[in-house]
Design a protein around this ligand. Structure first.
Ligand code: GAL
Length: 376
């Protein structure tokens, strides 16, 4: 399955880790539909690590679901998820064991792909722990990709090797539909800031068919769950979500969607930000104004309808920094006397026409995002 725009959904890891169950997955599926997340585009419900028994079935050699967590088996869970109109995702690993020490798929790729297809999977996150050092990473991702393509189901491969081994240079050749490019995120401003900054230069490797996954969102976690570290403010989550949207990352929610507050829900369903993220042209965002240390850059991204998404960032701790952008740096020279009409992506409000330059204050950890139209 080669996605045309960044995949969207929910993944269990950030909040739940090993605390997953049949009941929790069904409740999450219900919540994704009831809260309008499916309608907004979040259609994958992915179970991350820790879903299987610690050892393979001694007779069939198959990976089998944990009988306590999933007493009805995995097919029953997948059927329920599908009955809600969602797609179902599972997790395995290119190595001998998964990162949390469950069976990995190394040397069992074809059997496992078939098993995951039998369980009803539409998505497979594929990790990199316990990979034998002599094994070639690209080859292992190619193996599982071909195994999935010949499993009888259309299954999106989500590679997860944390940006190791120059993955952006070869991942597209493996058939993966998205790939994790960074180490694990945690629920803290500095974590998403540093992860984002590490990928500014790698944005050019992403595009239709294979997207750079900057990691599952911590938006709305509020310091609860597996990767909780201090939590973020709503303003910081807003910045995180806007960065992920601007840079065309897959949008995998990591908070407990069953208990999402209204602010988080409105943010992740924001139509303007999702419009930018899901733009069909998937153009690479570029640095329109560089501020020396990547903390206060201005980014721009050409959209398929001729408009331009513009994002002013202040990822520094200094409040009330003035952000400035010459329209010339977007390709609008002052002598042509054209301007930009700005729609505020957070509020949907028309902020009027700006000529020659845009200047505005941006507070610490905050950002401003506009969709701009060239006008006379
Ligand atoms: C890590 C991965 C995380 C999560 C975890 C599960 O390697 O980056 O996103 O999947 O393994 O053990």
């Amino acid at each position: 399955m080669y996605p045309k725009t960044p995949p969207m959904g929910f993944n269990t890891w950030n909040t739940f880790a090993e605390n997953i169950s049949d009941e929790m997955i069904r409740q999450t599926a219900d919540a994704m539909v009831e809260k309008g997340l499916l309608d907004a585009g979040y259609n994958y419900l992915v179970i991350d690590d820790c879903w299987s028994e610690k050892e393979r079935d001694p007779v069939t050699g198959k990976i089998v679901p944990d009988k306590k967590k999933f007493p009805n088996g995995m097919r029953a869970v997948a059927d329920y998820v599908h009955s809600k109109g969602l797609k179902f995702g599972l997790y395995s690993c290119a190595g001998i064991r998964t990162c949390a020490d469950y069976p990995g798929s190394y040397d069992n790729e074809y059997l496992d792909a078939k098993t995951f297809a039998e369980y009803g999977a539409d998505f497979l996150k594929y990790d990199y722990c316990y990979k034998p050092p002599y094994a070639n990473g690209a080859l292992l991702y190619r193996r599982i990709s071909l195994a999935l393509q010949n499993s009888g189901r259309d299954i999106l491969l989500s590679a997860c090797n944390w940006g190791a081994d120059d993955v952006h240079h070869w991942i597209r050749s493996t058939g993966a539909g998205m790939y994790r490019s960074t180490g694990d995120i945690c629920d803290k401003f500095e974590s998403f800031r540093d992860i984002f900054i590490s990928q500014i230069e790698n944005a050019k490797y992403a595009g239709p068919g294979c997207f750079n996954d900057i990691d599952m969102l911590t938006v709305g976690m509020h310091n609860r769950g597996n990767v909780a570290r201090d939590g973020c403010t709503d303003l910081e989550y807003r910045t995180e979500f806007a960065l992920w949207c601007m840079f065309g990352s897959p949008l995998m929610l990591g908070c407990d969607v069953r208990n999402m507050d209204d602010t988080t829900l409105a943010l992740v369903k924001n139509p303007h930000l999702l419009r930018i993220n899901q733009d069909e042209a998937c153009r690479t965002p570029f640095v329109a104004q560089y501020e020396g240390n990547n903390l206060r850059n201005v980014y721009a991204r050409l959209l398929s309808d001729g408009r331009i998404a513009i994002m002013f960032t202040n990822l520094s701790d200094n409040d009330k920094q003035w952000a400035w952008l010459a329209l010339d740096s977007l390709g609008i020279p002052a002598p042509v006397k054209k301007g930009l009409r700005l729609t505020n992506a957070f509020t949907g409000e028309d902020e009027g026409v700006f000529k020659e330059y845009i200047q505005l204050p941006v507070g610490a950890h905050d950002c401003a995002v506009y969709i701009a139209e060239v006008v006379d």
